[in-house]
Write a protein that binds this ligand. Sequence first.
Ligand SMILES: NC(=O)c1ccc[n+]([C@@H]2O[C@H](COP(=O)([O-])OP(=O)(O)OC[C@H]3O[C@@H](n4cnc5c(N)ncnc54)[C@H](O)[C@@H]3O)[C@@H](O)[C@H]2O)c1
Ligand SMILES: O=C(O)C(=O)C[C@@H](O)[C@H](O)[C@H](O)COP(=O)(O)O
Length: 544
Amino acid sequence: MGSHGTRGPRAVIIGMPGAGKTRIGREAARMLGIPFEDSDRRIEKRVGMSITRYFRDYGERRFRDLEADVIADLLTQSSGILSLGGGAPMTDSTRARLREYVGHGGRIVYLRADPQEAMERAVQSGGRPMLAGDARRRWTELFEQRDPVFSRIATCDMRTRSMSPTAAARRMIAMVNERVVHVPVEAGSDYDVRIGVGVMDQLPAMMGAGPVRVAIIHTASVQRYSDRARALLRKDGREVTEIVIPDAEAGKTVQVADGVWHRLADGGFTRSDAIVGIGGGAATDLAGFAAATWMRGIRYVNCPTSLLAMVDASTGGKTGVNIPEGKNLVGSFFTPAGVLADTGALASLPADIFIEGLGEVAKSGFIMDDEILRILSENARALRAFDGGSFTGSDLEPVVTELIERTVRVKVHHVASDLRESGLREYLNYGHTLGHAIEQSEHFRWRHGNAVAVGCVFAAELSRILGHLSDHDVEEHRRLLSSLGLPTSWSGGGWDDVLGLMHRDKKARGNTLRFVILDSMGHPRHLDDPPIEAVHEAFDRIRA
Ligand SMILES: NC(=O)c1ccc[n+]([C@@H]2O[C@H](COP(=O)([O-])OP(=O)(O)OC[C@H]3O[C@@H](n4cnc5c(N)ncnc54)[C@H](O)[C@@H]3O)[C@@H](O)[C@H]2O)c1
Ligand SMILES: O=C(O)C(=O)C[C@@H](O)[C@H](O)[C@H](O)COP(=O)(O)O
C-alpha cells in the first residue's frame, strides 16, 4: 500500500547512477520492515543474465521495453521501497505509469547526491552500460538530460550531501510519510499545510525569496524549535529577530501585540519582511495577528507545536487576541503563507495538552468526518496514554498523523470558500459558544480543547432537546470524549454569567444568540434565536 492507501510501493526512488538508490532504499526498507525491490535486479532475474550482457546482446531499445514492462508489474505488485534503474523514468510509458501512481497518492523520491561524488561512485563501481566509453563525460551528459525530467516527476526532492546512509534513510522515510493539504483561498493566495517529522526544514523554502528580515515569535516552552528555525533561516541568509512572548493565553493580549509591534519597528521590518509563529495555538494566533496588523499585513508562516495548533489554530487565517471582556474579540482574517506542522515537536508536548487537542479533533469528527470518530474510538486507549518521550517512531505516530491530516482537511473544507465566516465556516465553531464562556469564566485555567469538549456535549444536548439529535448520538459524544480523557461536564460559573458571555460570542446577532448544532452526526446546522428555556435546559444537562 502506498502512503495514502494506494496500491503499489510505499515509495519509488529515482536518481542518477551512483546516487545511492540501492544503499539508502535498502536501509529505509529495513527500518520500515518492508521489502526492498530494485528494477534492475528484477530484470536480471527475469532474463537470467546481467544487464550489461542483455544490453550488449539486444541493445538499449529492447532493454528499455523490457524495463518498462518490469516496472509496470512492480508498480502494482510491490508494497515496499522500489528503486528504479537510472534511465527508467526517461521512457514515456514508465513516466505515464509513474504519474498514475502519484495520482493515487504514491511518492517518488528523487535522490540527489553531490554530482561529483555520485559520478565517481558510478564510474568506480563499473558494470553500467550507459556509462560505456568516457564514463565521466557520459555521466554529465546524462545528468543534463535527466535532471529536469526527474525533477518534474518526483514528489520529494532529497539531497544527501554529507549524510550517512542511515541518516539519509531516516530523512527519506520522513519525506515519504509527509502529508500535504493544499488550502485554496478565494481572493487570496493558496498555501499548503505540510505535516510530518522534520517538515520544519522546509521553512526557508516556504518563507519565499522576498523577506530579508524574519521575526520568530514563540513562547519559551518551544525554544528548541525556535533555535532550529533561526539556524535554518540564518543559513539561508535572513536576518532573524527572536521575540519571546508569555505562555498560553497570557501571550494573546493587545499589550503583548503592542510589544511585538515595537520590536518590529526597532528591527526595521518592512512590508516585504516576514513573521514565523512557533508554538501552541495562542502563540500562532498572536503571531498571525502581529503579521496581519504590521504595516497592514506582512507574510507569515506558522509552525504549530501543539496538537491543537497543528489540527486547527495554525490554519485558516483566524488571528487575534483576547480582551478582559471576552475571548478572541479583537482580530482579523489573514491567511498564512504556509503551515509546517512538524510532528517531531509533539515529542516535548505534555500529555494533558496533547489530550486537550483531541477536543478539536473530535469536534471535526462530529461535524463532518465519521472516520475521525472511528479512529479516535479504536485508538482511544493509546491516545489517552500519549507519552511525548516515546511518541516518535511509535505505532501511535501514524495514527496521530492521520488524525492531523483529516482534521486539517475538515478545517480546509469549511474555510476555503468562507474565509470571513459568513456561514459555512461557523460550523467549525461547534461547541465553542459555551466553550469560550467556560474558558472566560475559569480565567483560562480551563484549556481551550477541554472547554470545547464540554461545549460539544452542550450543543449535542441542545440539538436533542430541539428534536434533532438522537439519545444515542448524544451519549456517543459523552462516551467518545470520556474515553479520550476529555471532560463532558462543568460545575463552574452560573447561568446568568454564562448567558451574558454567550451573548458576546461572535456568532450572536444583535440581541439574539446563534449556535451551531447537529441535525445528525456529521450534519451541522445553524440555530438562530433558540427558546431560552432549551438553552438553559442544555446548560443544566452539562452540570457536573
Ligand atoms: N485561530 C484559530 O483558528 C484557532 C483554532 C483553535 C484554537 N485557537 C486558539 O488556540 C489556543 C489553544 O491552543 P493550544 O491548545 O495549543 O494552547 P497553548 O497555545 O496555550 O499551548 C498549550 C501549552 O503547551 C505548550 N506547548 C505547545 N507546544 C509545545 C511543545 N511542542 N512542547 C512543549 N510545550 C508546548 C505551550 O507553551 C502552552 O503552555 C487558544 O487560544 C484558542 O483560542 C485558535
Ligand atoms: O477556524 C474557525 O473558524 C473556528 O471556529 C475554529 C475554532 O476551532 C477555533 O477555536 C477558533 O479560534 C474560534 O474562533 P472564534 O471566532 O470563535 O473566536
